[in-house]
Design a protein around this ligand. Sequence first.
Ligand SMILES: [Zn+2]
Length: 464
Amino acid sequence: MKTLIANGTVVNADASQLADVLIDGETIAALGTGLGRVAGEVDRTIDATGRYVIPGGIDVHTHMELPFGGTFAKDTFETGTRAAAFGGTTTIIDFAVQSRGRSLREGLDAWHAKAEGNCAIDYGFHMIMSDVNDASLDEMDGLVGEGVTDFKLFTAYPGVFYSDDGAIFRALQRSATNGGTILIHAENGIAIDVVAAQAVAKGDTDPYYHGVVRYPIFEGEATNRVIRLAEAAGAPVYFVHMSARDAVETLQAARDRGVPAFGETCPQYLFLSLEDLGNGFEGAKFVCSPPLRPADHQEDLWRALVRDDIQLVSTDHCPFDFHDQKQLGQGDFRKIPNGLPGVEDRVDLLHDGGVVQGRISKERWVEICSAAPARMFGLAGRKGVVAVGADADLVVYDPAKVHTISASTHHMDVDYSCYEGRQVTGASELVLSRGKVIVEGGRYVGAKGDGRFLKRAVARDHLV
Ligand SMILES: [Zn+2]
């Protein structure tokens, strides 16, 4: 099967050009002008005049079917990856979970079973380590060899995912020798639990207080602590979902002195704020951790994205229905399942808020949505680039199309949108996964199981 995408503006992270893209089978066979004359017979020609042709988005932070607080994130691998495809994302990296007292292997096998045969797009896994011990540290080496090359630890959620400094340090030491990367959810969960209990004792139980008690300085403190531990261990470290100026300043300072420390942020921290957590229990729709911050943190995050102190944007997609699952937290914000839907909206929100608003170039948009995620997570050369030999994960993107985000039209399996009624400019028009058209004309035309597991390479060389 040969497909020619003709007359588009090919946007890569390093440059853009007017060019045709020839796809042969699952990969890109040629790139250049006038390919229609030299390509020979093709099965299909797609006219991309006036459109961008970009590498499909890569969302390195999703939680399909995640068990949390007595319920499960609503999107399955089937519904969540389909929604991702509609939004121009053609790869996710999801988090497999090690349960306390169980092996990494058991957790990873369980996540493989959930995903296999169900995904619309390619997928990889990171591993959440809930139990750092001699056996799980040994298991890390094997997982790196299987293409599960990152391990997430938490300084938050005492009693659930929380790791103490010793556990984090041991995991960092191990990653320094096996080539894996440690990902950190950095908030001081022990201190947060103290403030949260004090708030509830005073009767401050609304969702708004979820945002109040998780101080920005608690994120800054944990970020600083783990950076110092990583320096001591001689290992790189990557911070997930950075939300607070306090943490970003710490990361910048570390990078300025040459420490291989990296970070991502998420659309909710760039576009939403603490105010969204107000309005009574409606605020439960916006409960995630770290929480939404006062609006004045947003520009610090944008500045860090422009300066490359933050390297990319993921979603932390973890949806719970408002009319059912979020109600678990009526009367106590601590019981609201943490997480927001977002996997479908990321590429458009960043195009609108970033490129259209003049904060970043379209090339930087491709960098933070696709190229940096590929490079930093062991997919360089295969994903994140429109180039000969790369997988034909491509999006024909209309940069001028105006549309309104709404739960009534989105494809995520969740009963609300955090961006309800927001008008954005830019939309995915046609989406290909490894050469196959899977979204076209507003319809899903792929099949469940198109997506394959990605065995990722160690990204150490690309990280530093
Ligand atoms: Zn997460």
